[in-house]
Unconditional design. Structure first.
Length: 130
């Protein structure tokens, strides 16, 4: 049975809300269903990755973004933004820094603002370590 895009969108929203409220177990279960039924649609896969970031599953989020979004749409700035966040959280700051520089220069206002914030945080951390 094929699930309609409206149902996928609704499930994604419920999954996000569960993660935001701290119920990552149920949020992940919902987002796993989204992933299984979305035909790997990039926007649904970004949602899956975001829920994995909330759950602290950074390697899984990186894998989803790289292999299920950016390999299809390599210029997707939203995917790059969340990839940068997942990489930062997993300690892969050099790759994240490079992504955030690209996003700050080429992304829309929202993605650029997020990238600029992370670039600032990375600079502060570097100064404190140096």
């Amino acid at each position: 049975m094929e699930v309609s895009s409206d149902v996928i969108q609704l499930l994604s929203q419920i999954g996000y809300l569960a993660c935001l409220k701290g119920d990552t177990a149920n949020g992940q279960m919902i987002m796993d269903a989204v992933e299984a039924n979305s035909n790997s649609h990039p926007s649904a896969m970004i949602g899956v990755a975001i829920s994995r970031i909330y759950a602290g599953q950074y390697a899984e989020a990186v894998n989803t973004l790289k292999n299920k979004v950016l390999n299809i749409d390599p210029n997707n700035m939203t995917a790059k933004t969340f990839l940068g966040i997942a990489l930062t959280e997993s300690g892969e700051t050099e790759e994240a820094f490079s992504l955030f520089r690209d996003i700050a220069a080429n992304g829309d206002a929202d993605n650029s603002a997020i990238a600029s914030f992370y670039l600032g945080e990375m600079s502060v951390a570097e100064i404190q370590q140096g």
